[in-house]
Design a protein around this ligand. Structure first.
Ligand SMILES: [Ca+2]
Ligand SMILES: [Ca+2]
Length: 201
């Protein structure tokens, strides 16, 4: 899940930032790009939709540090614990920098996390994900329409299942394509960004 990857990357970077910022003047924008290049590949930040973290503004609030983009038109922000792993924390993402909130991620210190997404930017949440932890046995569940019934389950590991026609069904992964057995037929499905039943094959 992209949001989960983004979060752990962000947590790592931001907790590093929090430690290194102790001797710096608070609220002064800084270009962290050069230092980050030694910690996280720049393309990873880009892939995670976190380009704004390369040059962020930070302020300490109690036992947390709050980061915002220098570009005020970008609505992204992060609240990170000053603990070594940066948790618990909250990440607000404006992935395309249009000033509208795309998703909110909340992670506790045990790595349980909830991610809420507004796909069309209308201010109404469209889906959410819950991840049970960061260990190899962890699972992620996603509710695509906010009705309280999950449509997708990922984990442990690469195992994947979808909730179709009132029951969980294992997903057959064939590289770039995914299938599920429906009425005795292997049926092609799309699992991202939402579950869609495609054609028979
Ligand atoms: Ca929406
Ligand atoms: Ca649902």
């Amino acid at each position: 899940m992209k949001t989960r990857i983004a979060w752990f990357l962000a947590g790592f970077v931001a907790s590093w930032l929090a430690r290194s910022a102790i001797t710096c003047i608070q609220l002064r924008p800084r270009d962290y790009t050069q230092a980050w290049a030694r910690v996280v590949p720049q393309e990873s930040l880009h892939d995670a939709g976190l380009d704004w973290l390369r040059n962020a503004r930070g302020v300490t609030i109690g036992k947390y540090r709050f980061f915002t983009p220098v570009n005020s038109s970008n609505a992204s922000a992060q609240l990170q614990s000053l603990a070594t792993d940066g948790l618990p924390g909250i990440s607000i993402q404006d992935e395309n920098g249009d000033g509208r909130l795309d998703s909110v991620l909340v992670v506790d210190s045990a790595h349980h996390n909830f991610s809420f997404t507004d796909r069309n930017g209308d201010g109404v949440l469209d889906s959410y994900e819950y991840t049970t932890g960061s260990d190899p046995g962890s699972k992620t569940f996603r509710d695509d329409d906010m009705d309280g019934q999950y449509e997708l389950r990922v984990g442990p590991g690469r195992a994947m299942a979808v909730f179709v026609e009132s029951q969980w069904r294992d997903v057959v992964d064939k590289g770039n394509e995914h299938f599920v057995e429906l009425k005795g037929k292997l049926t092609r499905i799309e699992v991202h960004p939402v579950l869609r039943i495609l054609d028979d094959k």
